[in-house]
Design a protein around this ligand. Structure first.
Ligand code: NAG
Ligand code: NAG
Length: 592
């Protein structure tokens, strides 16, 4: 039972062209060009089932079929010019959109849609591993679909019948590029994830890099290392891999591709090592190009290596622009077929079925919390009181706690569809509660969850408290935690981009205005900035409180995902409770 199915019950009033039918039409923006090099990459990450594109957001409304057409034209150009192009995907392809989540079993259509793209190097994300069935499907479908391309440097799969543990896929890959004949050694990592089901084993990166196979591979005389990983660029795991390779191999360039943090970002490790992260939810197709790679294996290179990067909006008009094509010449037969496959899957899954209408936009981070446009304030005030309630306990005073990470996307004004339910909260969470907690104890819990990171973190038995929050905040890079100040909106518009169709400055569409280690010119489309406000780990609603006084005891209600932190916070606050004290709350809405 998804928590969002509940949300629908109480909260919404009733009502009723690009890639997918009904998708918002794209809007042109001033464009920055792609900088082609000897070797070029297209990168997707954290697509979370959004292979149908963003039907409600014009700047990201191209679909996986369009990406297939795009990659085809880009490969052709690379071939024509004697350059190389490689496609990379760094995991979390599943969970987060009806196209994946709405079928039983999940992913009934996704695996066949995804495999149509010819991805050259891919790895796993944590979302492929939470549920045993998802990891099984990854092992049975995606790995064979991408045989020789899937890399699992620190991931093992445990066979359910024999209990035997073996690498999910090859540990690394050595190959030569098609046109330039560049020698490449590639790795594929996952961060030190511990929340996986018991049919996989994730080896901590610091241990993997000590293994002989890795040490040997990192000593290879090659033209380039490619390290892909479902790892935030600024997380320790990438630093460790970088250091380990550099210790053995001083000169060879390294290209890193990361994800997990859901941000556009670039980190420069040194003159010859660059890392990019390409956002989330198939909003972004990352671009990296490298020039000056020398083929004098074993010798100190004489030329310097140069890297470039772009974050391509998944916008059809932008894809036309970068290929020099138009709506007639752009789609390939293959791309059109996949667009049709997606449309058919969406129809069969009834994803456009409308439950109701959101009367206005509710934002996660674009407005301050608390505030009238905050999705979290709306949840506290209007949703939680309706859904965090059961027949037996409905008169009890209670605190209902929701972790902000349980919400994954904004709600846009307009139709609230079956797809929206999976988009906003893909997690199959339930509410648990601890009954009759002295209020003097219970009232301290929310503060501990939000402000006592260090205290909660000091216990190695439970994960970092920040896991309760949203992944976008985990990155803690200056580049994303920003807030618009007056006048800044246009300050980053240099003369380094082209106006579309010879127009004078068109009205800019709100979108990414990324600042990373290489500057502020990474985004391919020039946007006006969107605000980003931090949110706490958890929010809380006070329900059925007596008027004019504090209750003596309350029920503490929370999503099951955060139970370990809640129990620990209760303990710090002076209450001893264990998992046995936690009961599933059967919401009233489900009883009727
Ligand atoms: C893995 O977990 C499942 C479900 O909780 C359990 O039935 C199974 O015995 C576990 N397997 C191992 C090897 O621990
Ligand atoms: C597209 O689909 C048609 C009909 O299913 C099929 O005959 C054709 O081979 C497909 N073309 C490509 C390039 O996939």
């Amino acid at each position: 039972m998804a928590f969002l199915t509940l949300l629908l019950g109480g909260a919404l009033a009733s009502v009723a062209e690009a890639a997918q039918p009904g998708a918002a039409s794209p809007v042109a923006a001033p464009m920055r060009e792609l900088q082609w090099g000897q070797l070029n990459f297209l990168h997707t990450t954290d697509t979370h089932g959004w292979h149908g594109g963003h039907l409600q957001e014009s700047q990201y409304s191209a679909d996986w079929g369009d990406y297939i057409s795009f990659a085809h034209h880009m490969r052709k150009r690379a071939d024509d010019e004697g350059r190389d192009l490689l496609l990379v995907d760094t995991g979390d392809r599943v969970e987060g959109n009806g196209l994946y989540d709405a079928s039983t079993p999940k992913g009934q259509y996704y695996y066949d849609i995804y495999r149509e793209q010819d991805v050259d190097i891919l790895c796993v994300g944590n979302h492929e591993l939470y549920q045993a069935e998802t990891a099984d499907a990854e092992h049975e479908r995606t790995v064979p679909n991408f045989k020789g391309k899937y890399i699992a440097s620190n991931l093992d799969y445990i066979d359910p019948k024999t209990g035997k543990m073996s690498p999910m896929a090859q540990r690394y890959k050595k190959f030569q590029t098609k046109n330039q004949k560049l020698n490449i050694v590639a790795f594929g990592f996952l961060f030190d994830f511990t929340g996986n089901a018991n049919n996989t084993y994730v080896q901590p990166v610091r241990n993997t890099i000590k293994e002989k196979w890795f040490q040997d591979a990192a000593r290879e005389e090659t033209d380039l290392f490619v390290v892909i990983g479902h790892v935030g660029l600024r997380m320790q795991e990438f630093k460790d891999i970088y250091t380990a390779i550099r210790r053995l191999n001083w000169h060879t360039p390294i290209a890193f591709f990361g994800g997990h943090a859901h941000v556009r970002d670039t980190v420069r490790f040194d003159e010859k090592a660059l890392a990019i992260a390409s956002g989330r939810y198939f909003e972004t197709i990352g671009w990296m190009s490298i020039d000056g790679i020398t083929k004098k294996i074993g010798e100190t290179p004489t030329t310097s290596v140069s890297f470039n990067r772009r974050y391509i909006d998944n916008n059809l008009l932008g894809l036309y622009h970068h290929t020099g094509l138009n709506k007639d010449s752009f789609p390939t037969d293959h791309g059109r077929n996949v667009t049709k496959m997606i449309a058919q899957a969406r129809t069969e899954l009834n994803l456009d079925y409308t439950f109701g209408c959101a009367p206005r936009d509710y934002w996660m981070t674009r407005t301050p919390y608390p505030g009238k446009d905050s999705i979290y304030t709306w949840l506290e005030e209007e949703v939680l009181p309706d859904i965090a309630t059961s027949k037996e306990r409905k008169e009890k005073a209670r605190l209902a706690i929701l972790n902000t990470g349980a919400i994954r996307f904004d709600i846009f004004k307009g139709g609230f569809t079956r797809d929206t339910t999976y988009i906003v909260s893909p997690f199959t969470s339930v509410f648990n509660y601890v009954p009759d907690v002295p209020y003097i104890v219970a009232q301290k819990v929310i503060k501990l969850l939000n402000n006592a990171g260090p205290i909660l973190k000091s216990l190695s038995t439970i994960p970092d408290a920040r896991f309760m929050g949203i992944p976008e905040q985990f990155a803690t890079t200056q580049s994303i935690i920003h807030q618009r100040t007056k006048g800044v909106a246009h300050s980053n518009l240099g003369n380094d981009y082209q106006q579309p169709f010879g127009q004078d400055r068109p009205a800019l569409v709100g979108g990414y205005t990324t600042i990373d280690d290489m500057g502020n010119d990474g985004d391919d489309a020039v946007h006006s900035p969107i605000d980003f406000y931090n949110v706490p780990n958890c929010v809380q609603a006070e329900i059925e409180f007596p008027s004019g006084r504090e209750p003596d005891t309350v029920d503490v209600v929370f999503l099951d995902f955060i139970q370990p932190w809640v129990l620990l916070a209760l303990e710090y606050a002076g209450g001893e409770f264990t998992a046995e004290d936690c009961t599933i709350l059967i919401p009233l809405l489900f009883v009727s």
